[in-house]
Design a protein around this ligand. Structure first.
Ligand code: ASP
Ligand code: MG
Length: 405
């Protein structure tokens, strides 16, 4: 019998009526002859509500206590779903993370799953029961409750699917799949039937709204077929899997973008060993994430060094950089916090030459200036002025024929 792990997100279990709908759906699936393990999130808004309760009493609650509190959201929905199922005459049992025994490390609020004991689940399934597991939580070796970080129920579902060697892990959510780009920017954006783990990871800025990115890494590492589908609308959703060498891949699968970026350049830094770490070390120390990094070829024994950060970190990064630039005797800093990054992504790029040029030509035809370029094996990113973001994404979407293929 096929074994499917299904995860329902917060909006899908946000009210008693919706929990009822999930129960009906599960019964239908069970009647089609599959073993079901169900992972639930807390009701939508609940985790935020619990966090604000905590903050009313303590502005820095201990991670351990916060996890005891946050894990209750999922405990509510799993019990309610089982009650709804039992009411319909279907046998079901709920388990918290520690009851299954989802063993994690002890990093409270962002714990990592280390091991899952599948024995209770298997025994329940063999008796024809539906197993309902609380997402987002586990326990450490001492039995302390831990949570996996916001959006962590997706990772619970994938980890269970890996441990149980499930045929598929299905994430039911409020969107019906992964799109070629954000449909709010390009109305012709198309739902992808299939995409590879690698592409999904590169599309993080698009995908993060759909799935916790860590769950995709997990799925890739354990080769779990992962499907994103809508709780509210029928359809096959988007299947995320390993690359299939026998299938012809679209050259470009999607266009991702990051709106809120900022760029900083130091001009005329002495071209010595150790310059990169002197510039970026102090930035990393402040926990500022650096995205693109470009160092020019040196001339006259100096060089220029440019990097991008999230716009929220711009002011801090600029202050740090000013200090560094003074101590290095650099000539000047120029910076711009009105930039965005646009990326085209596709595994088909590996076997097709000239993709970058189509991208550059398309942007040139729209008179969009590119200020930085970076590439990986399956992605080409450019930095452009934020006022051209929509135009850039739309023209690239058309140039690569994404509305049709
Ligand atoms: N309830 C948790 C959150 O809101 C986990 C999840 O929904 O995946 O982040
Ligand atoms: Mg979620």
């Amino acid at each position: 019998m096929a074994l499917i792990v299904q995860k329902y997100g917060g909006t899908s279990v946000g009210t008693v009526e919706r929990i009822q709908e999930v129960a009906k759906k599960l019964i239908k699936h069970q009647q089609q002859g599959v073993d079901l393990v169900v992972v639930l999130s807390a009701m939508s808004g609940e985790t935020n509500r619990l966090i604000s309760l905590a903050n009313e009493l303590n502005d820095q609650p201990k991670g351990r206590e916060l996890d005891v509190l946050l894990s209750t959201g999922e405990q509510v929905t799993i019990a309610l779903l089982c009650m709804a199922l039992e009411q319909q005459g279907v046998q079901a049992t709920s388990y918290t993370g520690s009851q299954v025994r989802i063993l994690t490390d002890n990093t409270h609020n962002k714990a990592r799953i280390m091991e899952i004991d599948d024995s209770v689940i298997r025994s329940d399934l063999s008796k024809g029961r539906i197993v309902v597991v609380a997402g987002f939580q586990g326990c450490d070796e001492q039995g302390n409750i831990t949570t996996l970080g916001r959006g962590g129920s997706d990772t619970t579902a994938v980890a269970l699917a890996a441990a149980l060697k499930a045929d598929e892990c299905q994430i039911y959510t409020d969107v019906d799949g992964v799109y070629t780009t954000d449909p709010r920017v390009v109305s012709e954006a198309r739902r992808l039937d299939q995409i590879t783990y690698e592409e999904m990871l590169e599309m993080a800025s698009l995908g993060a709204k759909v799935l916790q990115i860590r769950s995709v890494e997990f799925a890739r590492n354990y080769n779990v077929p992962l499907r994103v589908l809508s709780s509210f609308k029928d359809g096959g959703g988007t299947l995320i899997t390993a690359e299939d060498p026998t299938m012809e891949q679209a050259v470009i699968s999607g266009i991702a973008f990051n709106r809120d970026e900022a760029k900083l350049t130091v001009l005329g830094v002495p071209d010595h060993p150790g310059i990169a770490t002197k510039i970026l070390g102090p930035i990393a120390k402040e926990n500022i994430e650096v995205d693109m990094i470009i160092q020019n070829t040196g001339h006259d024994s100096t060089t220029d060094f440019t990097f991008t950060v999230h716009r929220n970190d711009y002011d801090t990064a600029l202050k740090i950089l000013q200090k560094t630039a003074n101590s290095l005797g650099a000539r000047e800093i120029i910076s711009d916090n009105k930039i965005t990054k646009v990326s085209i992504i596709g595994v088909g790029m590996r076997s097709h030459a000239g993709i970058a040029n189509i991208m550059f030509e398309t942007l040139a035809n729209e008179n969009i200036n590119i200020s930085m370029i970076s590439t990986s094996e399956i992605k080409i990113s450019v930095v452009v002025d934020e006022k051209y973001l929509e135009l850039a994404v739309r023209s690239l979407h058309t140039a690569f024929n994404l509305e049709h293929s």
